[in-house]
Design a protein around this ligand. Structure first.
Ligand SMILES: [Zn+2]
Length: 456
C-alpha cells in the first residue's frame, strides 16, 4: 500500500512538472518566438527566410529590396545599392544594425501560429516602407567619391531619416569575399553613422559656445585677439589663421581656436564636461533600436592647454555622427531635439514614442547658437554653396593624431519650412571640412529638397 502511494506521488509530481514546463514553453513561444526565428544562428531561416521575404521601398516607393523566385533582388542602380547597404542590409546578417537584420522575422513573414511556413507569410506583414530617400543616399555616396565617412540627414520636424550612408560599402547584389586583413574594407560591416567615433574638431565649438553663453557674463560683448597662436602654461595652441580682433560671433563663424581656447580655460573642466554630457556628445541614443556610439569627453587628466584643445574639439574628444546631427536638430528646434527613425510602417514602431522630444538646450541659448551658425554660412562661407536652401552650419577639420590628412566635418540644419533638415557628415582624411564634408552635404541636401518640393 505504502509503495503504491509513493508511486502515485511520483507520477503526480512528474505530471505537475510537465504541465508547468508546457506553460513556460507556450508563454515563451508567444513572447519570444519572433526573436527565436530571427536568430542569426537559425541557419535554415537566415539563409532562406529573407530570400522569400517582403519588399522594402524608400519614402517615394522606389524598390530597394524584394524577392523573386527565391532570390533577394536589390535596386537596379549600383550606386543606390551601395549607398543603402548599411540601411537595408544584404542577405547575410553581417550588418547587424540593418533593416533586413533587425526586422528579419517581419520581412520573412514569421507568424506566431504558422511559423515561417508559406501560409504564415500570407498572413504576416511583410512589406516595409522606409523613410529614406534612396536618390539622396546615392547623391551622398557619389559625392564621397571613394572616400570613407558617414552622412546623416533627417527631417527635424518629423524625425524621418532621409539619408544615412556609411563607407566603405559593397554591392549587396554581389557581396565580395572579405578577408580580415583587407584594409579596403576596414569596418565595412559597421554603420558609421551609428557606430563611428571621430574627433569632432571645430564642430565641438557648438558645445563650448553653448557653455560660454550660459556661464560667462557678457560673453557676447567680449572681444578676442588672435595672433595665430597663443601660449598656455608653456604649451602652444595654434589657429588656422591670424584673425586679429574678433567678436564672439566672428570667432565662431571664423572658427578661431585662440578665442575658443580662451573661453575653454575660463569655463574649466567641470563645466565643459557637464555641457558635453547634457548636449548628448557622451550619450547613446536608440535609432531603430540600435544604440549610437557614446562619444568621449574626459578631462580628468587634462592639463590647462589640453582643456583648451578639448574645447576646440581635439585632445581625446570623440563623437558619433548621429549624435552630432541630433544636437544640430536640437538647435534648429529651439532647444529640444527629436531622435531619427527609419521605418514608416506604424504596425512595427510606436510613432508617438519615437517622436517624443528631448530637451537639450535652453531656448534662449539655442536661438543665439542658431544665429551664429547662420552667420557662419551667410557671412563666411557664402550662401552660394547651398543654392536652394537657407543653411546654418559649423564645420570642422579634425586632426587625427596620425601623419595623414585631417577629417573634414560639417553639421547644421536648414531654415526652410518646406525642407526642415538637420545633418552631420564626416569625410575621413578629407581635409578642410567645408570643402570636403560641406560639398557632400550640399549635394545631398539639394537632392532631398528637389524631391521633397516635387512631391508637394
Ligand atoms: Zn584665430
Amino acid at each position: 500500500m505504502k509503495r503504491t502511494r509513493r508511486r502515485s506521488y511520483s507520477v503526480f509530481i512528474f505530471a505537475l512538472l510537465f504541465i508547468i514546463g508546457m506553460f513556460v514553453f507556450v508563454f515563451r513561444w508567444f513572447s519570444d518566438g519572433r526573436s527565436w526565428a530571427n536568430m542569426p544562428y537559425n541557419g535554415h531561416y537566415a539563409a532562406t527566410g529573407i530570400a522569400d521575404g517582403g519588399t522594402i521601398t524608400d519614402c517615394y516607393g522606389e524598390l530597394l529590396a524584394y524577392s523573386s523566385d527565391g532570390e533577394r533582388v536589390y535596386n537596379s542602380r549600383e550606386d543606390v545599392r551601395k549607398a543603402t547597404l548599411h540601411m537595408v542590409g544584404d542577405t547575410s546578417t553581417n550588418i547587424s544594425t540593418s533593416i533586413q537584420s533587425i526586422y528579419r522575422s517581419s520581412i520573412s513573414g514569421y507568424n506566431i501560429l504558422f511559423g515561417a511556413s508559406s501560409f504564415g507569410k500570407l498572413l504576416s506583414n511583410t512589406n516595409m516602407q522606409l523613410t529614406i530617400d534612396s536618390a539622396a543616399c546615392a547623391a551622398a555616396y557619389n559625392a564621397l567619391s571613394g572616400r570613407n565617412g558617414a552622412v546623416v540627414v533627417y527631417n527635424y520636424k518629423t524625425g524621418e531619416l532621409l539619408c544615412s550612408v556609411s563607407t566603405p560599402t559593397y554591392d549587396p547584389a554581389s557581396p565580395p569575399e572579405i578577408s580580415s586583413d583587407d584594409t579596403a574594407y576596414d569596418g565595412v560591416y559597421l554603420d558609421k553613422t551609428l557606430s563611428g567615433l571621430y574627433p569632432p574638431g571645430s564642430t565641438f565649438k557648438i558645445v563650448t559656445l553653448c557653455a560660454a553663453i550660459e556661464n560667462i557674463p557678457d560673453v557676447e560683448d567680449m572681444t578676442f585677439y588672435c595672433g595665430g597662436s597663443t601660449d598656455i602654461d608653456g604649451h602652444k595652441v595654434t589657429c588656422m589663421d591670424s584673425h586679429g580682433e574678433l567678436t564672439l560671433k566672428e570667432a565662431f563663424s571664423h572658427s578661431c581656436n585662440i578665442a575658443f581656447a580662451e573661453l575653454s580655460c575660463k569655463l574649466g573642466k567641470e563645466t565643459l564636461e557637464k555641457y558635453a554630457d547634457s548636449l548628448g556628445i557622451t550619450s547613446s541614443y536608440k535609432v531603430n533600436g540600435n544604440p549610437t556610439a557614446k562619444g568621449n569627453f574626459d578631462l580628468s587628466k587634462a592639463i590647462k592647454a589640453e582643456v583648451a584643445w578639448a574645447g576646440i574639439g581635439q585632445y581625446t574628444d570623440e563623437v558619433c555622427p548621429m549624435n552630432m546631427a541630433i544636437l544640430s536638430a536640437g538647435v534648429a528646434r529651439g532647444g529640444s531635439t527629436i531622435i531619427p527613425h527609419t521605418v514608416k510602417n506604424t504596425s512595427l514602431i510606436d510613432l508617438s514614442a519615437v517622436m517624443s522630444s528631448k530637451s537639450l538646450i535652453k531656448p534662449s541659448t539655442a536661438a543665439k547658437i542658431k544665429d551664429m551658425m547662420r552667420s557662419t554660412v551667410s557671412d563666411y562661407y557664402g550662401d552660394w554653396s547651398f543654392p536652394s536652401l537657407t543653411v546654418c552650419a559649423k564645420t570642422g577639420t579634425a586632426e587625427t593624431g596620425k601623419n595623414d590628412d585631417a577629417h573634414g566635418w560639417i553639421t547644421g540644419f536648414t531654415l526652410d519650412e518646406d525642407c526642415p533638415l538637420a545633418f552631420a557628415c564626416v569625410v575621413e582624411n578629407g581635409g578642410l571640412g567645408f570643402y570636403s564634408a560641406g560639398n557632400v552635404v550640399s549635394q545631398t541636401l539639394e537632392t532631398i529638397a528637389d524631391n521633397m518640393r516635387n512631391e508637394n
